[in-house]
Structures are given as structure tokens and as C-alpha cells.
Design a protein around this ligand. Structure first.
Ligand code: PAP
Length: 352
């Protein structure tokens, strides 16, 4: 059984294979062409600390657009791999922890687990970061299966992504918005050096989010993309909701394990393995770990501090920040946008 102090996330290996001068020049050319294309896209600077650009009908964080282009052309997962996709602030960190702990449950003991000394984001990296090093990563050197994550909207995923299994997690738009606003405020403060740019006022941010002009937006187009695909290919795309997972994490973890191809055995269920993983990955447990309490941002790659991914972890916290008028307005937009799709957020609107 592996021991977590020895566990090092394997992702640096993607960049270690010897590369010929030709490969280096090829990657250089590829990324230069992506940067050139990126520089021509409409830019929007209202959401500090990140700029957004309009790329293929979505507002994407500008610094990740060359990586998105690289993913679109060079991401070729193996059928065994698993891709977690979320709208930003929908429970990505939680889903990463749950799927990592579930897939690797036979390799690590819960008392000495990699998630106790690595953040969920270190255990399951975003493709947007893996492809942002001006080098196409060699993902084939990674153990099979490997879990990756992405915030990419479905229309921006390459066809090749459907060769693996995709888990999509979404969250009520009001809570998503409130979480996003707090996260960007915290990121702005922790990433600012001499630049003391002002934050985005909550009311203004709300207006922009409602118009679809928010990181990863429009919210509804993104959710609908994965919702429709999950109906079309239920064996390939599992559609999950934060509120439902919070209500019954055990039932949803079993569903997730089955979808990932590693269902819990009757023996495991009897022995409480599912409950143990839920406990390991719970908000209260992860938030209290030293590694996740870290308040230091990485200025080099503009990464917010680990602590910014753990705020309240509650359903319905919007009630503390949005007026009833705002909530009704966002609900009405959501109802209209999702009309006829079979998807609705109405049950998650009930006041907590
Ligand atoms: P990302 O999309 O930027 O990677 P993501 O993890 O989706 O981040 O967003 C963090 C949200 O998930 C926070 O929500 P809040 O602002 O409403 O509190 C965070 O608290 C919540 N979260 C993080 N870990 C967990 C967890 N283990 N269980 C439940 N919620 C969690």
C-alpha cells in the first residue's frame, strides 16, 4: 500500500520525455499562433483580477485561451481516463477530491492519504493549466486511468474528449454567482502586488452575470451543453448537481464510482468505505487541513491561494447576499433560458 508522504502528483512527468529540437520548435510555433489568435479576440476587463475574452461564444479567462486552443487540438485522452468538468464555483474542489479518493481507494489508506497533504487541485489538475506551459504535455506517460479536470464549455471540448468518460457538475446559479464573486474578490486581493485595482461591486457583478458576461459565461449555455450531451450519451456524460450531492453524498458517490468504472463492492459498502470517503472529502475535513488553509497565492501563474477554494460550502448562501428582487430576476432568466430542456433549478431555489 502506497504511503502518502511519498505521493507526488505525477503530472510533471508529462514534460520530462526527451524532446527533439524539432518538437521544441513545433510547440513554440503552435503556442505563438494561439497567442496571435487570442490577441485578436474581444477583451473584457470588468472582472479583476482576470481579463475575459470572447472565444467561440463564451467568456473565457484570457490567460487560458491559448491553452484552450491547445486542448482543442492536442487533448487525446485514453478511454479509461476521466474528465471532470464544472462551471467555475460549482463544487470542482469537492468533485476532484471525491473522484480521486474513490478511484485510488485500493492504493492509499484513509489515515495516510494524499488528500491530507496535497490539495484536490494538485491531485487532479486542470487541463487549462497542464496545457499552459508552451509545451504540449505527453499525457500518455501518466498512469491509466488518470483523472483530469476542466472548466471548458461542451462546444469547446474536442471530439476526442468523448473517448473518455465525462462527469459534469453544476450548481444553482445564485449560489454559483455568490461563490464566484467572493472567490474573485479574494483572488484580487491575494494576487495584487503594487496594482491596487478596485474590486467589482456585487450589484454590477450581478448585472454582468445575468447578461452572461462572467467567467465561463453565459452560465446557461454552458450547463445546457452538458445537460443535452448527458441525455444523448448517458454512458459517456454523467450530469451531477451540487445541491443533490450535498443532500445525499453517499448515494451520489456510489453513482459516481459506478460511472467511473470502479463501483463499490457489497463488502466495501458493508464496511462503510463509501461513508469514509465522503467524510475524508467533506468540506469541514478538507478545509481544516494545513495544505488547504494555505493563504499564499502563486503570483507566477496567477493561482489563487488554496484557502480561497473553501469558503462556506453551503446550499442557499445566496440569501445572505442577494435581495429577493435579484433572486427572482435570476430565477426568471434561468427559467426562460432552460425552457423546454427538461432541466430546471427551481427545486434548489427553496429558501434554506
Ligand atoms: P473552482 O471551480 O474555481 O475550481 P469550486 O471548488 O467549484 O472552485 O468552488 C469552491 C466552492 O465549492 C466554494 O463554495 P462557496 O463559495 O459557496 O462556499 C467552496 O466552499 C465549495 N467547496 C469546496 N470544497 C467543498 C467540499 N468538500 N464540499 C462542499 N463544498 C465545497
Amino acid at each position: 500500500m502506497a504511503c502518502s508522504p511519498n505521493y507526488a502528483p505525477p503530472f510533471s512527468q508529462c514534460f520530462l520525455s526527451p524532446r527533439s529540437q524539432q518538437d521544441i520548435e513545433r510547440d513554440e510555433q503552435i503556442y505563438s499562433s494561439y497567442e496571435k489568435l487570442t490577441s485578436q479576440l474581444p477583451i473584457f476587463n470588468e472582472w479583476p483580477p482576470y481579463s475575459l475574452q470572447h472565444y467561440q461564444s463564451f467568456w473565457i479567462t484570457a490567460m487560458f485561451i491559448p491553452a484552450c486552443m491547445a486542448i482543442q487540438s492536442h487533448f487525446n485522452p485514453r478511454p479509461s481516463d476521466i474528465l471532470l468538468v464544472t462551471s467555475p464555483k460549482s463544487g470542482t474542489t469537492w468533485l476532484k477530491a471525491l473522484s480521486f479518493a474513490t478511484l485510488h481507494r485500493h492504493s492509499f489508506s484513509l489515515s495516510d492519504h494524499p488528500l491530507l497533504s496535497n490539495t484536490p487541485h494538485q491531485c487532479v489538475p486542470f487541463l487549462e493549466y497542464l496545457f499552459s506551459h508552451r509545451t504540449i504535455p505527453d499525457l500518455n506517460v501518466l498512469p491509466s486511468p488518470t483523472i483530469f479536470a476542466a472548466h471548458l464549455p461542451f462546444p469547446l471540448l474536442p471530439r476526442s474528449a468523448l473517448s473518455c468518460r465525462i462527469v459534469y457538475l453544476c450548481r444553482d446559479p445564485k449560489d454559483t454567482f455568490v461563490s464566484l464573486w467572493h472567490f474573485l474578490e479574494k483572488s484580487r486581493i491575494s494576487l495584487s502586488t503594487e496594482d491596487k485595482s478596485e474590486g467589482l461591486d456585487l450589484n454590477k457583478a450581478f448585472q454582468l452575470f445575468s447578461q452572461g458576461m462572467a467567467p465561463g459565461g453565459p452560465f446557461w449555455d454552458r450547463v445546457l451543453g452538458y445537460w443535452k450531451e448527458s441525455l444523448r450519451r448517458p454512458g459517456k456524460v454523467l450530469f451531477l448537481r451540487y445541491e443533490e450531492m450535498m443532500e445525499d453524498p453517499v448515494c451520489h458517490l456510489k453513482k459516481l464510482a459506478e460511472f467511473m468504472g470502479c463501483p463499490f463492492s457489497t463488502e466495501e459498502e458493508k464496511n462503510g468505505v463509501v461513508e469514509d470517503i465522503v467524510k475524508l472529502c467533506s468540506f469541514d475535513n478538507l478545509r481544516e487541513l494545513k495544505v488547504n488553509k494555505d493563504n499564499k497565492a502563486s503570483l507566477e501563474d496567477k493561482r489563487p491561494p488554496p484557502s480561497s477554494f473553501f469558503r462556506k460550502g453551503k446550499v442557499g448562501d445566496w440569501v445572505n447576499y442577494l435581495s429577493m428582487e435579484m433572486a427572482e430576476s435570476l430565477d426568471a432568466i434561468t427559467k426562460e433560458k432552460l425552457h423546454g430542456s427538461g432541466l430546471s433549478f427551481e427545486s434548489s431555489t427553496v429558501l434554506p
